[in-house]
Design a protein around this ligand. Structure first.
Ligand SMILES: C[S@@+](CC[C@H](N)C(=O)[O-])C[C@H]1O[C@@H](n2cnc3c(N)ncnc32)[C@H](O)[C@@H]1O
Length: 286
């Protein structure tokens, strides 16, 4: 198990078996994390805890997990080279730097009561790591948590970090878990920054996933969600429309999920990060 005891203490049982959050604390039992309340065993294999129920992974979630598990090697080249060609503009770097600025990472300061924590949901191969680190105040100690439903994508994140631990904010260690963005295994208000890029539009229930991002974030903190939307403020050629359709095959009308935000959410910015991608920043009232 690669999480420490104090990190495991942050976890909460996401599902007692009936689909509702259990909320019990988890205990390290070597080959599993065990819920002290409902006694569910969440398996740990090869150092990676799987804190989700397989039977809940259905619809788009199942389809996209097959996709990411089998084509993980193509993800990074596609984002770096193919997407700029398809949308005939931008670069991976420019887009990541722009949406991450909405996280106001530079405003983070050490807390008196506990260490700082950043959570990326659907973190994939860890392509945001170096960009997050670059925007944090130098030397700030931050624990980076990364969750995803795809083991292949997470193993690629491990390989990226093994190649260059200096890309990781804080102590060079990513706390990672396999879990479902619809049922995050954390208590309310656990994280000082929360974000998700490139995944939410493909979830089977984006409203629930947005509510989960909001729930685990400290109140008042910016929460950033990025995914596909053909810029509604611009005109697009047949080529752009066809390419957008091709990359969003799993969704009939991909768009910013502003209307699906949890009740009370304050929209900070609903903007385009590039021709094919929106960037939605919101906060829950403090
Ligand atoms: C397009 S990739 C983006 C990866 C990374 N955020 C980036 O910007 O490069 C989307 C990621 O979301 C993950 N994902 C999809 N559905 C998920 C779910 N229900 N819960 C958690 N992660 C999910 C996929 O496995 C994949 O790694």
């Amino acid at each position: 198990m690669t999480l420490t005891a104090s990190e495991i203490a942050l976890l909460r049982c996401p599902d007692a078996g009936d689909g509702a959050p259990c909320g019990g604390s988890l205990v390290d039992a070597g080959d599993a994390l065990v819920c002290g309340r409902c006694l569910t065993r969440w398996p740990v294999r090869d150092g990676l805890a799987r804190v989700y129920r397989e039977e809940r992974v259905r619809g788009n979630d199942r389809l996209l997990r097959v996709f990411y598990d089998n084509l993980a090697a193509l993800h990074d080249p596609a984002v770096r080279w193919l997407i700029p060609v398809l949308q005939t503009e931008g670069s991976e770097r420019a887009m990541r730097e722009a949406y991450l600025r909405r996280m106001e990472l530079g405003a983070l300061r050490p807390r008196a009561d506990r260490g700082l924590r950043v959570l990326e949901v659907g973190a994939g191969t860890g392509a945001n790591l170096a960009f997050v680190r670059a925007q944090l105040p130098p030397g700030l100690d931050v624990a980076y948590w990364s969750v995803d439903l795809s083991e292949s994508m997470t193993r690629r994140l491990d390989a990226r970090v093994a190649r260059d631990p200096s890309i990781v904010p804080g102590d060079g260690r990513v706390r990672r878990l396999l879990c479902d963005g619809h049922a995050l295994p954390f208590a309310d208000g656990t994280f000082d920054r929360v974000f998700s890029t490139g995944g939410v539009g493909g979830y089977r229930d984006p409203a629930r996933a947005l509510a989960e991002l909001a729930r685990v974030a400290v109140r008042g903190t910016p929460i950033v969600v990025v995914d596909e939307q053909l810029d509604p403020a611009r005109s697009h050629s047949l080529y752009h429309r066809a390419m957008f359709r091709a990359v969003t095959f799993y969704d009939r009308a991909p768009m910013s999920p502003r209307a699906l935000l949890p009740a009370g959410a304050e929209v900070v910015a609903d903007e385009q990060a590039s021709r094919f991608f929106y960037s939605l920043t919101f906060r829950m009232p403090a």
